[in-house]
Design a protein around this ligand. Sequence first.
Ligand code: ADP
Ligand code: ADP
Length: 232
Amino acid sequence: MIKLNGVTKKYNIGMPNELTALNNINIEIKEGEMIAIMGTSGAGKSTLMHIIGCIDNSTEGSYFFGNTQINKLSEGRLSKFRNESIGILLQDFALLNDETALQNVLTPLYFNKTPLIKMKTTAREALAMVGVEELETQKVGTMSGGQKQRVALARALVNSPSIILADEPTGALDSKTADEIMGLLVDLNKKGVTVIIVTHDNKIAGYCKRIIEIADGIICIDRNLGDDCIVT
Ligand code: ADP
Ligand code: ADP
């Protein structure tokens, strides 16, 4: 499904502070995997997630998502591809606090030319899927962290992406709420969605079947734990 070949990412190219954040990364990800990307701060986890999530481009190497060569797409095609194929979940939710849950979840749908009534049905289904349909008309700014992350997950899901990328999705949540969010991600994974989670938390990584650890921009561990190691 995803193939990174010799992916290198440099920042500040040609400047005195040039930095190689990722160095010759080779990864193959199959449909339906649930993966934790681990490593210390500054290791390159977010950079890797940004490249997989088509938010940023690599400096060298190739990136195939199915038959699409991502690193050859124009900016416009890249954002269309991202919107249609990838759901992103962040630690700080990145929601519009002054808007309602429904309005937030509708946002990715505005890119497609769907009638508003159909968009609303789709958005309500996404909210229901993560158990917050009753919060539809509530402004996000008034919600708890767990409710916000559920709304963010509904927004990530609304275009039925084949992959969800989550960067420290439980970093701002207490451990009980974190378990609930992880439960939702596990359920999605069971339905066939590929899930990739950036985390430095071993408990969160315990929900994943494959652990990829990065140090200084290089993959140092890539372990497949198999089904019997999943914590439920
Ligand atoms: P992690 O997510 O593992 O903490 P990052 O991918 O955020 O690591 O960062 C990897 C390295 O790249 C760090 O040294 C960081 O300072 C640097 N870096 C990340 N983003 C940028 C950027 N936009 N410009 C310059 N350097 C960056
Ligand atoms: P994370 O570890 O989750 O990436 P950071 O605080 O390291 O969080 O990064 C937040 C944002 O700042 C990211 O978009 C990253 O690309 C950018 N960034 C990180 N390090 C640098 C840097 N040295 N110079 C410029 N931007 C950076």
